[in-house]
Write a protein that binds this ligand. Structure first.
Ligand code: PMP
Length: 372
């Protein structure tokens, strides 16, 4: 009804509380940035409660929170997040990459988490302002970025698995260095079908914290027992390939029909996170017109058969952090499968990396980029 609380916060209500000069942190050494360890000076905060709806967005100095120990987030993992970046282009202008896609995913995850919906365009305007307030934190480099972490938590201070009547949406950010300072670093994967990341009817298509906590232990096992940097997540009796660590997976091969095909698992089963990078690489490769691009399931039998017949050309992960991540080995049921991704210098993986980063750093103009 017209008297109900507004369905979104508004950028026009945004209040900015700038740090005092003495509160501003020194910028870290740009050649020594550890992901997730450095934070820009300001954050964005937007409170919500069931009675009054959305409050005013505020940009303020980064500060600690104080919540009651019964807050829903601490017990039932009522939490979700996003990962996106601000890029300083060759022309020195700072831009976001397809923020509308991140907001679409964030809103769908919020609904699945019983957290309130909001207007994605209003949120993008608030994020643009946050980045412009901390513009000097966007590295002066066409290989580094300012990583943005929009986060949404249920904060109602009461036990009981039920809708959180209080919530907080916030965004923090921090500079991150080049993912490949010395060229592509291909990874080894552990593919153990006894572990499953997501399942049909579950929440794999949503970016909620609850999907990530249980993967840490498996990642550790992959690293410590098998010296693998990432986990290859399989699914179902046929051992479908679904994702690599926190990346979508792509395979470039000559398929059973003899066609050169770039293939990635489909979104319709609900077990794959709809990656912004995934969607963008599919669009770029479709524009080339010289290879087939398919969203369909493929399994470990397809991989081993194609390997034996020399039809597997490249395998790589795709995500915001690295853009693309070449795979050179999979440990599967006691066998080392050697993937020839780097044999000819990973031509398709490299071409996608170059085309996408040229867009992100504004060497190639694109309406995917949104200036702050
Ligand atoms: N899959 C999972 C499970 C992820 O966490 C991510 C990172 N958000 C991705 C894929 C890649 O998504 P994006 O390209 O939007 O970073």
């Amino acid at each position: 009804s017209s008297t109900s609380s507004p369905t979104s916060f508004k950028f026009s209500d945004l209040e900015v509380q700038q740090c005092k000069p003495n509160e501003m942190a020194p910028k870290p050494d740009p050649n020594n940035l550890v992901f997730g360890h450095h934070f820009a000076d300001h954050m964005l905060e937007i409170p919500w409660n069931a009675d009054q709806g959305w409050g005013k967005p505020v940009i303020c100095p980064v500060h600690n929170f104080s919540f009651h120990p019964a807050a829903k987030v601490f017990h039932y993992a009522v939490e979700l997040f996003e990962g996106m970046k601000a890029y300083r282009g060759y022309d020195q202008k700072v831009r976001l990459f397809r923020p509308d896609c991140n907001m679409e995913r964030m809103r769908s995850t919020a609904i699945r988490s019983s957290l309130p919906d909001f207007d994605g365009d209003e949120m993008i305007k608030c994020i643009q302002k946050l980045v412009s307030v901390d513009k000097e934190w966007v590295p002066h480099s066409t290989t580094s970025t300012l990583y943005l972490r929009p986060t949404f938590i249920g904060t109602e201070p009461s036990l009981g698995v039920s809708v959180s009547r209080e919530a907080l949406l916030y965004v923090i950010s921090g500079p991150v260095g080049p993912y490949y300072p010395t060229g592509f670093k291909p990874v080894h994967l552990l593919a153990d079908p006894k572990y499953v990341r997501a399942w049909e009817g579950g929440c794999g298509a949503y970016k909620m914290g609850a999907n990530y906590a249980p993967t840490i232990n498996i990642q550790l096992e992959a690293l410590e027992k098998h010296h693998c940097q990432q986990v290859l997540w399989l699914y179902g009796p046929e051992h479908q390939l679904t994702e690599v660590g926190t990346m979508n997976i792509f395979m470039f091969w000559v398929n059973e029909q003899g066609e050169r095909e770039l293939v990635t698992p489909p979104l319709d089963t609900g077990i794959i996170l709809p990656g912004v990078t995934r969607r963008s690489l599919i669009d770029l490769a479709r524009k080339w017109g010289d290879i087939k691009v398919s969203e369909r399931t493929f399994n470990m039998k397809d991989v081993t058969k194609a390997l034996n017949e020399n039809r597997l050309l490249e395998l790589f992960g795709a995500g915001t952090a690295c853009v693309v991540c070449p795979v050179e080995k999979i440990i599967y049921q006691g066998d080392d499968l050697h993937i020839p991704t780097m044999k000819d210098g990973a031509p398709i993986t490299m071409k996608l990396y170059q085309e996408l980063t040229d867009i992100q750093y504004a060497k190639t103009p694109s309406d995917w980029m949104v200036e702050v």
